[in-house]
Design a protein around this ligand. Sequence first.
Ligand code: AHM
Ligand code: MG
Length: 337
Amino acid sequence: MVDRKTNRVITLEEYIIQAQNKFPGATGELSQLLRDIGLAAKIISREVNKAGITNILGEDGSTNVHGESVKKLDLFADRQLISALNRSEITCMVISEENDGIVELDNDGGKYIVYLDPLDGSSNIDVNVSIGSIFSIYMRKKPGSDELSEDDALQPGVKQVAAGYVLYGSSTLMAYTTGLGVSLFTLDPSIGEFILSDTDVKIPDHGTIYSVNEGSYHSWDKGLKQYVKYCQVEDPATKRPYKARYIGSMVADVHRTLITGGIFIYPNSSQYPNGKLRLMYECNPLSFLIEQAGGMAIDCEGRIMEINPESIHQRTPIFIGSKQNVLKVKEFLDEYA
Ligand code: AHM
Ligand code: MG
């Protein structure tokens, strides 16, 4: 995208500063924090792109707090993001998929708390399929208080001040929102800058793609089974049958849903009674973005962003995407509840 006045491209840094200048009282701290994440994203993108030619590919042998095997790139991404957030002394703590408890940063007076999924979709790393990083930013409940605790971080998604993701795909893309619409940036590797590619992105109201791991069909509730059958039935009026697409990286599946419309689902099941995906660093941030784009995100009962979290690593079922598709799946869930 080109600046109409100057007829030149706009970098992520410039865009963040321009956005900040629209708010005369702004301290610039949130802007700095977003720029720090942008810097870490560039470093992670560089490593992801050469993963096959360095010794970084593969598992490091340990398991994370969820008992899943940890890939080397997950740890690399975790360290890069945390050290970038430590640079500007704005963030007091980080909660990351890769760390059991809260990670206190050097600046305990900082007023921001950042949740991270440093490298989402890590089972796709070894097969060269898109992966992503997710972030979600909150204000600390009691800025300036001495003790940092999980309680400071346990806030519903509606309290997010910003959220975003970086998708390491055929190009590297960053999407973020501060509650004023969704902006997209594409990394130009030749100059090492994220360049503004779209602003105020809107998800179609209805889409013709459903995205769910159908290998787990046997373990779903009846309502979801019936909904997926509905997606497969022929009906030209509603453009069915819908197409099935499932990458297995939430960032990539949700990004496609944002652009083309449709629905992404990771349900509760007999295997995962509370769903598999994490509320605080996977579902809330992506729900914030999709809602800002005009879509919807719910668990089986209501809005994801209104869930009052009880623990930092808690899981939730999620149904996210175009409004009409999400409302339709909710009809099925309610009918068979
Ligand atoms: P991860 O954070 O350990 O990579 O797991 C989360 C990923 C999501 O990106 C994706 O939607 C989901 O797990 C895929 O799970 P499944 O293989 O059960 O379909
Ligand atoms: Mg993840």
